[in-house]
Ligand binder design. Structure first.
Ligand code: PLP
Length: 445
């Protein structure tokens, strides 16, 4: 391609030119098609060019494209909030609309802090979060996140956050532990961290319900989130669930936390909320948090120009209505089982596949040098990058990442296919992925 004036993610390579998209594929300017098996980064839950969403966006654009939220509310924002609350875990009755995941995380952190100021506990100033997690790239979200390579050069600018272990059974559950005991050990570690910091200084515990890009579809052991919820209750600490990636149906229930039988005080959603048709994110908040602000200063001391953008709300409302109308949650569960079985069938005995994990249509494959010792490939080999490149050569978009274990070591590949993917689509995805892994192993010897 000729010279670019865009600051691309890599300043050394300009990516392929995306030309058009339809269903589960994106086509580039050379006419080559790619199955979008990762929904970009777990975004495109309905695939591309869904007619109902396009129709809703056109209608909204004709009627009202933008109205600043300091002057107006809009019917579409109200309706989307009603819809989300109607389908949210009990008690999450309030919605704050922003333009993406990081913005939603920032809003949640500030809302949690303001809550404690409003109720007369201003000494609460710190967050606790997990290693090998990602909460976004703005400074507050980056500080809370435990993604080492993303944080490294910005570390001096980041607020101090209490850090506890990831829930990472494949690597950290001991041979003499049951999954439940492993979960209890992790909860005990969080308790010890709260106590070491001073339980009345902590604002909130922040965690992805299912870890996404940083470590690859890590689910928590049974009882873990219930244990965390109980700890938070005991000390008056808020629980913030980051479901930017794992939420909005990706794991087979609209919210991943439903499968943990826990309701967080604040829940953060984005990606699948608008399915990529418009940038949108949101914070869902329990009444006591919002009531404290209503009774206190009367406002949430925050705001952006594009809060509750009507086009974004229209797209998200259409996406969410399709999910309900077409009963896509049972479909995600069924296709998720199918995907897991297909990955196991094709890759379980592969010499360099250590773990296949995840929930619903949110699955990951962890690559290892040696299956017995679980040793990793030399990070200098950049195997994850080679898998991504080879996958594109094989007409497949997947989401590989390195530094799975500690920001340096480990490689995994995340899959997050659209909810509309058929079994035949999934067969193709798994076959292309397997070929891409082998090609990448060969290319990087
Ligand atoms: N939180 C999680 C769990 C994410 O996966 C991401 C993005 O990948 C974010 C927050 C940040 O979202 P965004 O990239 O929309 O700012």
């Amino acid at each position: 391609m000729s010279m670019t004036h865009v600051i691309h993610r890599s300043l050394l390579n300009t990516p392929r030119l995306a030309h058009s998209s339809q269903g589960i594929t994106i086509t580039d300017s050379n006419g080559r098609s790619y199955i979008d098996a990762s929904g970009g980064a777990a975004v495109s839950c309905l695939g591309h060019a869904h007619p109902d969403v396009l129709h809703a966006m056109r209608a909204q654009m004709e009627q009202l494209a933008y109205a600043h939220t300091s002057f107006f509310t809009t019917a579409v924002a109200e309706e989307l909030a009603d819809h989300l609350v109607q389908h949210a875990p009990q008690g999450l009755k309030n919605v704050y609309f922003v333009s993406g995941g990081s913005e939603a995380v920032e809003a949640a952190l500030k809302m949690a802090r303001q809550y404690f100021v409003e109720i007369g506990q201003p000494q609460r100033t710190r967050f606790v979060a997990r290693s090998q997690s990602y909460h976004g790239n703005t400074l507050g979200a980056l500080a809370v996140g435990g993604n080492e390579w993303r944080r490294k050069q910005f570390e001096p600018l980041l607020m101090d956050v209490g850090r506890v272990s990831a829930a990472y059974a494949y690597r950290d559950q001991r041979a003499d532990e049951t999954p439940e005991q492993y979960g209890q050990r992790l909860v005990a570690e969080i308790d010890a961290k709260f106590q070491a910091m001073g339980t009345d200084t902590v604002i909130a515990f922040v965690a992805e319900t299912v870890v996404g890009a940083t470590a690859g579809a890590l689910t928590a052991p049974p009882g873990y989130f219930a244990g965390v919820r109980a700890l938070c209750e005991r000390y008056g600490i808020l629980l913030i669930a980051d479901e930017v990636m794992c939420g909005m149906g990706r794991t087979g229930t609209l919210h991943a936390i439903e499968q943990e039988d826990v309701v967080p005080d604040l829940m953060i959603i984005a990606k699948g909320l608008g399915g990529g048709y418009q940038p949108i994110g949101a914070v869902l908040a329990k009444d006591h948090v919002v009531e404290s602000m209503r009774r206190g200063s009367g406002l949430f001391q925050h705001g952006h120009t594009y809060l509750g953008h009507p086009m974004a709300c229209a797209a998200a409302l259409a996406v969410q209505k399709v999910i309900q109308r077409d009963q896509l949650m049972p479909q995600v569960r069924a296709r998720g089982h199918y995907l897991k079985a297909a990955l196991q069938h094709r890759l379980e005995r592969h010499a360099h596949v250590g773990d296949i994990r995840g929930r619903g249509l949110f699955m990951a494959v962890e690559l290892v040098q040696d299956r017995d010792s679980k040793s990793t490939f030399d990070p200098k080999r950049k195997l994850h990058a080679a898998v991504k490149a080879q996958a594109m050569e094989h007409g497949l978009m997947c989401y590989p990442m390195g530094g799975t274990i500690d920001g340096q070591r480990g490689d995994h590949i995340l899959l997050a296919p659209p909810f509309i993917a058929t079994e035949a689509d999934i067969d193709q995805i798994v076959e292309r992925l397997a070929l891409s892994i082998d090609a990448a192993l060969k290319a990087t010897v």
